[in-house]
Design a protein around this ligand. Structure first.
Ligand code: DP6
Length: 386
């Protein structure tokens, strides 16, 4: 039997969004995208895997529930890791013929636009790579699980190259800068809703590709320019430039959702109020100090530098009162600090209670890591919880 391999992997939140596929089967994107990987000490997926001669079939448990292994994306990831292992001659054929057990869990809500599939597939593929001793880049395999997962294979700031090869061999992720490059960078995730999204990313992309004219302009003109500019801003640690590009790209992605036919929306009134608040705050500061970005859901991810966190938190608490203030801010500790009540009142009117459920305070972090304790599978290869 094999040892049990356990990996934790991060979430990533894009600043240049991936939206649209040139190949649905291989999950090849229309455009390059750029993201920051977030600290696994706050949000992560954890996956344990093992292979044994006496397992009858491949089995998977996700967040405490047995799921079907027949999901084609899952099958593709396992098949590709095994074929890499064969090519790299890392394990013998007998080992490759044994069935695997996989147990995985996230410590944050799934399918609420919080990039859970990205962390989940990056984690699965990295754990399988440890099991089968695969040494080469696995971002192109994580991509087969969920496109954005390929960016969670690296820490820091990451670029996913769309590539041009029909087989997807050049559609991989590379690191722009490591997790230590811009240590002041922070993220505040404002959890607006935890319900499942109405239109999945996969379906939304399909509708946008078939019907939106704006997506063509975005892919041909906007994204190539913005990608180069934001990489420069990251390398030079130019926050104002980074923030402006991030906000414009999020706005353009959501405009494409509206330009699709039939249109679909991910942002809610609360999301739009957050946008307004960030612009008011930036105007008050005289330059962009906070950037918002929204994925396929209503939750906001705000990027900002460490110095701004106390004042921005005070503004969020003022605008979005909570009935559980002790549990409102989670994640990394924050220093206290506040704007005067005059400034707060000028910037925002307090809204109804609990429009924002809670806030996750986190920072840029490392890529997936193997852990040697806390396995989710027991010695007999079954979930420890069962
Ligand atoms: C809006 O990676 O979830 O978060 O490849 O179909 O699984 P599939 O889609 P997915 O799409 C993420 C889209 C996004 C933008 C981004 O993360 O770049």
């Amino acid at each position: 039997m094999s040892d049990i391999f356990t990996v934790i992997a991060p979430v990533n939140i894009a600043v240049i969004k991936y939206w649209g596929k040139r190949d649905e089967e291989l999950i090849l994107p229309l455009n390059d995208s750029v993201s920051a990987t977030l600290d696994t000490s706050v949000m992560c997926a954890k996956t344990s895997v093992c292979a044994r001669p006496d397992f009858n079939e491949d089995e998977i448990w996700l967040n405490g529930k047995k799921e079907s292994f027949s999901n084609p994306r899952l099958q593709n990831c396992l098949r590709e890791i095994k074929s890499r292992a064969t090519a790299e001659k890392t394990v013998d054929d007998t080992f490759l013929s044994w069935k695997v057990h996989v147990c995985s869990q996230n410590n944050f809500p799934t399918a609420a636009g919080l990039a859970s599939s990205a962390a989940g597939y990056a984690c699965l593929v990295t754990a399988l790579a440890k099991l089968y001793k695969v040494k080469s880049d696995v971002s192109s395999i994580a991509r087969l699980g969920s496109g954005s997962a390929c960016r969670s294979v690296y820490g820091g700031f990451v670029r996913w190259h769309a590539g041009t090869n029909p087989d997807g061999s050049d559609s991989i992720a590379t690191q722009i800068a490591d997790a230590k490059h811009w240590p002041e960078m922070r993220a505040l995730i404002l959890v607006v809703g935890e319900s499942k999204k109405k239109v999945s990313s996969t379906k939304g992309m399909r509708v946008s590709m078939a019907t939106s004219d704006l997506i063509k302009h975005r892919v041909e003109y906007c994204v190539p320019k913005r990608t180069e500019e934001i990489i420069k801003a990251i390398k030079e640690k130019n926050f104002a430039q980074f923030a402006e590009i991030t906000m414009k790209d999020s706005n353009q992605f959501h405009s494409i959702c509206l330009d699709s036919y039939p249109p679909f929306v991910y942002m809610t009134d609360v999301s739009h109020y957050i946008v307004e608040l960030v612009h008011k705050y930036n105007d008050f500061c005289g330059e962009p100090k906070v950037a918002y970005t929204f994925d396929a859901g209503p939750n906001a991810c705000l990027y900002l530098l460490e110095d701004e966190v106390p004042t921005v938190i005070s503004l969020i608490k003022h605008a979005f009162p909570s009935s559980t203030p002790d549990r409102f801010i989670t994640g990394l500790d924050i220093e206290e600090g506040s704007l005067s009540s005059e400034v707060l009142n000028n910037l925002a009117q307090p809204q109804a209670k609990d429009l924002i459920k809670y806030v996750i305070h986190t920072k840029v972090g490392e890529g997936p890591t193997e852990v040697n304790s806390g396995h989710l599978l027991s010695e007999d290869g079954l979930p420890v919880e069962l």
